[in-house]
Design a protein around this ligand. Sequence first.
Ligand SMILES: [Zn+2]
Length: 93
Amino acid sequence: MRRIERLKIEARQSCEWRGHSMGRFTRDNYWKEVRYSHCKVCGMQVVVDAHPAPNSITIGGEAVALDCGSSSHWDAGWVDHDEGYDWHKGGTE
Ligand SMILES: [Zn+2]
């Protein structure tokens, strides 16, 4: 299994342990080794980086640090690239 796939599973498990219901991981067109996903309930993000910089972390984001619904850190301006699921709950477009 590729490293990124293993990291995605690990990240998802960490998020679900926090009570999140994570959507599908999205690939970034620029950061090729980065995948990110958002909780369908509270909108927190998890980011997975298969080749992090020396001062960076492999799995990061609010969703691994905070329990589901415990924060109001909702970025209404964020636009998701995920196909199929529109989690863009509000804010301005
Ligand atoms: Zn959540």
